[in-house]
Ligand binder design. Structure first.
Ligand SMILES: CC(C)(COP(=O)(O)OP(=O)(O)OC[C@H]1O[C@@H](n2cnc3c(N)ncnc32)[C@H](O)[C@@H]1OP(=O)(O)O)[C@@H](O)C(=O)NCCC(=O)NCCS
Length: 198
């Protein structure tokens, strides 16, 4: 039995759609698995992140340009430590959530985009971040990942979400404009803080 109910027998579907109980942590919300077609017609599979995604996430990080790493992490990051990989892949699917976009390239699974939120109980704030592999940017994927994550956040009772962004990041601002949801933005310690009410 598959979560999505897609009965496609292609290798891609067999590889990607999660079977119940297969490699999933407790509480894995399979209802958020879905296919998405990017602007040039290629299909990608979007699903919640799993602890087993560490290698694939590292692969994504290693393929991001320095500029994308700078925009995503607001600074230079030489690599992802084991602790950071744990932090990025082990989520509780409520106050911490991440979705990944997957494709098969040369018969291997790859994560080509990730979008997450993290709620901080001390500051009572939730922060969103997104990264799309450079060769997949401009295909509508970043917008779709953010759109889906905002829906998930809303489903999980989050009412306000923010993103702290480099002031030169025109792509992220365009993405938010393209989403059509209202937001406010203001300078914050040399960055920009975008705030959305959900
Ligand atoms: C920001 C980012 C996520 C956008 O993802 P993407 O998949 O390239 O964006 P999309 O293709 O969904 O585009 C969304 C909108 O933004 C516009 N856009 C995307 N990249 C753009 C760019 N470099 N310059 C201008 N506009 C851009 C698109 O035209 C689109 O608008 P439209 O729907 O009206 O055509 C991606 O550039 C990225 O990963 N950057 C590095 C990490 C980062 O900056 N993260 C954000 C802070 S956490």
């Amino acid at each position: 039995m598959y979560y999505t109910g897609i009965h496609d027998t292609s290798l891609q579907v067999k590889n990607m759609v999660t079977k119940i109980g297969e490699n999933t942590p407790p509480g894995y919300p399979g209802e958020y698995e879905a296919w998405f077609t990017v602007k040039d017609g290629r299909r990608v599979f979007i699903r919640p992140i799993k602890p087993a995604d560490q290698e694939l996430l590292l692969d994504l990080f290693q393929r991001l340009s320095d500029h994308s790493i700078q925009m995503r992490f607001l600074g230079h990051l030489p690599g992802l430590s084991p602790e950071l990989l744990d932090y990025l892949t082990i989520v509780n699917y409520v106050s911490d959530f991440a979705i990944v976009a997957m494709v098969v390239e040369k018969k291997e699974d790859h994560i080509i985009a990730v979008c997450r939120y993290h709620s901080d109980s001390q500051t009572n704030s939730t922060e969103l971040a997104v990264a799309v592999r450079d060769d997949w940017q401009g295909m509508g994927l970043g917008k779709e990942m953010v759109r889906r994550l905002l829906t998930i956040a809303r489903d999980n009772g989050i009412r306000r979400i923010e993103a702290v962004v480099d002031p030169s990041n025109a792509a992220f601002r365009k993405l938010l404009n393209a989403l059509g949801s209202p937001y406010t933005s203001r300078p914050l310690h040399g960055f920009y803080r975008f705030l959305m009410e959900l």
